[in-house]
Design a protein around this ligand. Structure first.
Ligand SMILES: Cc1cc2nc3c(=O)[nH]c(=O)nc-3n(C[C@H](O)[C@H](O)[C@H](O)COP(=O)(O)OP(=O)(O)OC[C@H]3O[C@@H](n4cnc5c(N)ncnc54)[C@H](O)[C@@H]3O)c2cc1C
Length: 305
């Protein structure tokens, strides 16, 4: 049943009609639990609150299904505006973005042009940029873009997903770039041809890549809500005397908030991924797919008022 619900929400997350409709009607159905608001001032307020609690942030201007050059350039402009707001308000925040929102499905030149503009602004205002990882179809393209940009800029990192068979090899191959990587389990629906279908195998591979990347001496963001992975990382860094400034934990806005606070109290660096913007629908559906129990919040959002 849970697997059915997961697939259902992942299917819904790709629905263009609902995506467009959601944009028009604003944050609904309890999405405000996972999305910080629709505008930069909304996001700034959330970041300030998290910073006051000793947490760092990475903000993400939500955007899915970008179909035109104009939309992709506008998304890049929004990112630059966010970078400036981070600097002006003196916030402890990085920026995360998706290659499809920069125009990956339109043209490679467009993505590179947008990314160079953003990374230049990031450099000027001292804001680090992480390229989120999307579905398998776009994984190689995203890695190629990262490699090219990493050889020009030092304020860029990317994400690798433990559910893909290829990822351990990617960790090995990227080592020469000394990459700052966020490691995650993976959020998209993938075929067993390319991704481990069983949770246990994903978890084992997650541990494997955390260890590989940390022991390679590269900065590692372990992005998970899973206590087993968090405890594994804590034990590993202790065993290998890896200092706290070489890794961090990351969690999503609104998920396991108490655990986030505990990790800060224990002296670990904790970064919260704060999404904002009116294109909240796909992101929200992927969060529901991860934990169908969250549907209770949706039902409250629909029927509770
Ligand atoms: C900061 C950050 C950035 C990310 N960036 C990417 C990316 O670029 N590309 C990508 O594919 N994926 C990304 N993800 C999502 C990731 O791939 C997983 O889908 C997601 O983190 C759930 O996996 P988990 O490691 O938390 O473990 P799980 O095994 O899914 O969950 C472990 C436990 O955490 C809790 N939990 C998990 N999800 C939720 C939820 N939605 N609501 C409430 N509780 C929950 C539950 O208690 C669950 O039992 C990111 C995740 C984080 C935290």
């Amino acid at each position: 049943m849970e697997q059915l619900l997961r697939n259902f929400f992942l299917f819904l997350s790709k629905n263009r009609f609902f995506t467009k409709l959601a944009k028009r009607y604003g944050l609904r159905f309890g999405a405000g639990r996972f999305v910080a608001g629709e505008t930069i001032p909304d996001a700034v307020r959330s970041i300030q609150k998290l910073n006051e609690k000793g947490m760092s942030v990475t903000i993400d201007h939500l955007g899915e299904f970008i179909d035109s050059e104009h939309e992709a350039r506008k998304a890049a402009d929004d990112c630059i505006e966010a970078i400036k707001a981070i600097s002006e308000d003196n916030l402890d925040s990085q920026l995360s973005l998706k290659m499809t929102s920069m125009g990956l499905d339109i043209s490679q030149d467009l993505v590179m042009e947008n990314m160079r503009r953003i990374l230049k602004a990031g450099k000027e205002y001292e804001v680090f940029i992480t390229i989120d990882m999307e579905d398998y179809e776009r994984c190689q393209k995203t890695i190629d873009i990262f490699k090219e940009l990493r050889s020009e800029y030092d304020n860029v990192g990317t994400v690798l997903q433990a559910y893909l068979y290829r990822t351990a090899k990617d960790i090995e191959e990227l080592d020469e770039y000394n990459p700052n990587l966020r490691l995650v389990k993976g959020a998209y629906k993938e075929s067993p041809k390319v991704a481990f279908p069983e949770k246990k195998d994903v978890d084992d591979n997650f541990k494997k890549i955390i260890k590989m990347h940390l022991l390679n001496g590269n900065y590692t963001a372990v992005a998970t809500h899973d206590d087993a992975m968090i405890e594994y990382t804590k034990k590993l860094v202790k065993e290998h005397n890896i200092s706290n400034d070489l890794f961090e934990f990351q969690m999503l806005y609104g998920i396991r908030v108490e655990r986030q606070e505990e990790l800060v109290a224990e002296g670990y660096k904790m970064r919260v991924y704060v999404p904002y913007g009116n294109d909240w629908y796909g992101y929200f559906m992927r969060r529901l797919a991860e934990r169908p129990a969250n549907v209770a919040f949706v039902l409250k959002g629909v029927f509770g008022k």
